[in-house]
Design a binder for this molecule. Structure first.
Ligand code: NAD
Length: 290
């Protein structure tokens, strides 16, 4: 397939490389990042999109997505599909899909889970919103870049699934970290804590797959000084998107709201920026009640 790929940063570059590896013809554009091997550079986003059957975007936020979409939609050929894999607000996802549809294009929101490691290994999970027809067109590309793809529903459903998942993740990571800090003060050995909780009702992915305590559980960013992984500021971004969405539909999400506040403090007022989101554990370790 002929693919335009816009936004070749930490995630986009390895994803585009996997498309090249699968035999697709990829033309790329990024305002700053270098092109990965095998990707033909274009002079602009519109030039990368012209003639492509599928245009993939992997950009920092909704405002940039809207600006790029305004450039590429008029350049795309009729019937082509605009597939955004960035994590953005649900409103931007739906607005871009509506513009693409009005221009006679297919449109998908297809955010990913799995991080830079998953992007490089081709093991991402894609959660997708949009029509059956657009989904069918892009499916082989999702399979080249990931190991799991779920068609969640109409436009915006992919972003909705992503922010709900990451709201759970933010909350469970905080809960796991504060429980480890409490266990420390109660004199409980961390390995014993892991052995019990990872096989009990308090278990979650944060404990079993991404344990925030160094030297305990499988290899995780805690074992490399909390080098991200999934940076605290990206978790903050996703928690804020969840709260923006909750506000828009009048949903009561007190735990998500508190998680967003704690990550905001951690990133903006403490030493959280540039550290993995599981570095909440050393944060709680240092703190006292009240
Ligand atoms: P990144 O900052 O490394 O990459 C974004 C790229 O977009 C950059 O190379 C930047 O130069 C480029 N860009 C910005 N404006 C542009 C424009 N107008 N035209 C063309 N290119 C432009 O970010 P990333 O880590 O690759 O994340 C991309 C998206 O994926 C974000 O929405 C993020 O939330 C999401 N995401 C990231 C991770 C992760 O672990 N990094 C995991 C899941 C989802």
């Amino acid at each position: 397939m002929r693919i335009g790929f816009i936004g070749l940063g930490n995630m986009g570059a390895p994803m585009a490389a996997n498309l090249v590896k699968a035999g697709h013809q990829v033309t790329g554009f990024d305002t700053a990042a270098p092109m990965p091997a095998g990707v033909t550079p274009a002079a602009s986003a519109a030039a990368a999109a012209a003639g492509a059957e599928v245009v993939i975007t992997m950009l920092p936020n909704g405002a940039i997505l809207r600006a790029v979409a305004a450039q590429v939609i008029p350049a795309m050929r009729p019937g082509a599909v605009l597939c955004d894999c960035s994590t953005v607000d649900v409103d931007s996802a739906r607005a871009v899909a509506a513009e693409a549809t009005a221009a006679g294009l297919g449109a998908l929101d297809a955010p990913v889970s799995g991080g830079v490691g998953g992007a490089a290994a081709g093991t991402l999970t894609f959660m997708v919103g949009g029509t059956e027809a657009a989904f069918a067109t892009v499916r082989p590309l999702f399979e080249a870049m990931g190991k799991k793809v779920v068609h969640c529903g109409a436009s915006g459903a992919g972003q909705s699934a992503k922010i709900c998942n990451n709201m759970i993740l933010g909350v469970t990571m905080i809960a796991t970290c504060e429980a480890f800090a409490l266990a420390d003060k109660l004199g409980l050995d961390r390995q014993k804590m892991f052995d019990v909780v990872s096989t009990s009702s308090g278990s979650s992915w944060s404990m079993t797959a991404y344990c925030p305590a160094p030297g305990v559980g499988p290899q995780s960013p805690a074992d490399t000084g909390y080098r991200p992984g999934f940076a605290a500021e990206l978790m903050l971004k996703d928690l804020r998107l969840s709260q923006q969405a909750a506000g828009a539909v009048d949903a009561d999400t007190p735990m998500g709201e508190l998680a967003a506040r704690l990550y905001a403090t951690f990133v903006e007022d403490e030493d959280g920026r540039g550290r993995d989101f599981s570095a909440m554990l050393p944060r709680f370790e240092k703190r006292h009640r009240g």
